[in-house]
Design a protein around this ligand. Structure first.
Ligand code: XMP
Length: 315
């Protein structure tokens, strides 16, 4: 890669040349889309519209946070409230690849609507190298169709511009820091959002459980890292399992859901090792999750698998 400053100058110039008209970008608030949006905004100003699709599958407080970041970077943006549409499309679907495809496609359909209204002819995307390498773009077998690639419909009638296509995550973070993008220190979050952390069918109820559990895991791990008890892992979250198990609540039999905690050390997400979390931190997460969601969750487990053989997300 070039020096970071040179990369930024070249990317901005390249976008300016390639986009003579109006462009749209899906901005999830993740580092990739925020960096791509910031570069494109520098190149073409308000001819860029950043769209944040609230798909109903985002983390606690995420919509407000992303809106704050977009404002801070001076990017022209719109928030699309589309949760109901996503839940409707996902009803009854349990197969991970099918979920990804549905979410990717819905995403694009929502954009297309807004893109038409705005008059955009170009679609800017924050696709990075691992997205297309792991999506089997002729390089490897398909492991997961990461939605930046797999969910694009064939009839897309906008020209695709991908300024980060050759970068790996750590390089994108360097660019983000130089641009002053606050998302630079955020952990990665998958395009299909909490839907791939909710094994089995995705419903508003199950998303609410995994959203709260993810919030608790993030909060407890961040507190422990700030107190010097552990290093902040590369990625850390909760997964809601589809099966139920037996427990006790008071003196009564309970039959509830299981939350798996996942936390990994990694450089670029291509390989990972599970994080060695101190037992008292695991204990704090387990107790808080089961106390907060007494009626739905009665078991918490910690995932001790590396990638490979596992992947980071469970779906
Ligand atoms: P896996 O689970 O494949 O994840 O080991 C590697 C990294 O990619 C993220 N991930 C995704 N990102 N769309 C994305 O944009 C997706 O469908 C997707 N699936 C996984 C994952 O969170 C991890 O950081």
């Amino acid at each position: 890669m070039l020096g970071v400053e040179d990369f930024i100058d070249e990317a901005v110039e390249d976008i300016r040349q390639r986009i003579p008209g109006k462009a749209i970008i899906a901005c999830s608030g993740g580092v990739d889309s925020m960096v791509a949006a910031t570069l494109a905004s520098r190149a073409i100003g308000d001819r860029l519209l950043a769209v944040y699709v609230d798909n109903g599958l985002m983390r606690k407080g995420e919509t407000e946070e992303v809106e704050g970041m977009l404002k801070e970077m001076g990017i022209n943006y719109r928030i699309a409230d589309a949760g109901a549409e996503f839940f409707e499309a996902l009803a009854g679907v349990t197969e991970p690849e099918q979920k990804r495809k549905i979410i990717g496609e819905k995403f694009i359909r929502v954009f297309e609507r807004i893109a038409k209204e705005f008059g955009a002819e170009y679609l800017v995307q924050g696709t990075i190298a691992p997205d297309w390498i792991e999506s089997g773009d002729g390089v490897r077998d398909t492991i997961k169709s990461h939605h930046n690639v797999g969910g694009l419909p064939k009839d897309l009638d906008m020209t695709l511009v991908e300024p980060l296509r050759d970068l790996y995550k750590d390089e994108v973070r360097d660019v983000a820091r130089t641009l002053g993008v606050r998302a630079s220190e955020r952990q990665p979050f998958p395009g299909p959002a909490l839907a791939v952390r909710c094994l089995g069918e995705v419903t508003p109820e199950s998303i609410a459980i995994v959203r709260e559990a993810c919030h608790i895991v993030e909060d407890e791990i961040q507190k422990a890292a700030a107190a010097g008890k552990m290093e902040l892992p590369w990625q850390y979250f909760a997964v809601l399992l589809p099966s139920k198990s037996v427990g006790v609540q008071g003196d009564r039999r309970a039959y509830g859901r299981t939350i798996a905690i996942r936390a990994v050390a990694s450089i670029d997400g291509m390989t990972a090792t599970y994080a060695r979390i101190p037992l008292d931190v695991l204990d704090a997460m387990s107790t808080r999750i089961t106390n907060t969601m007494k009626d739905s969750v009665n078991r918490v487990v910690y995932d001790i698998t590396n990638k490979p053989p596992a992947t980071i997300e469970w779906e």
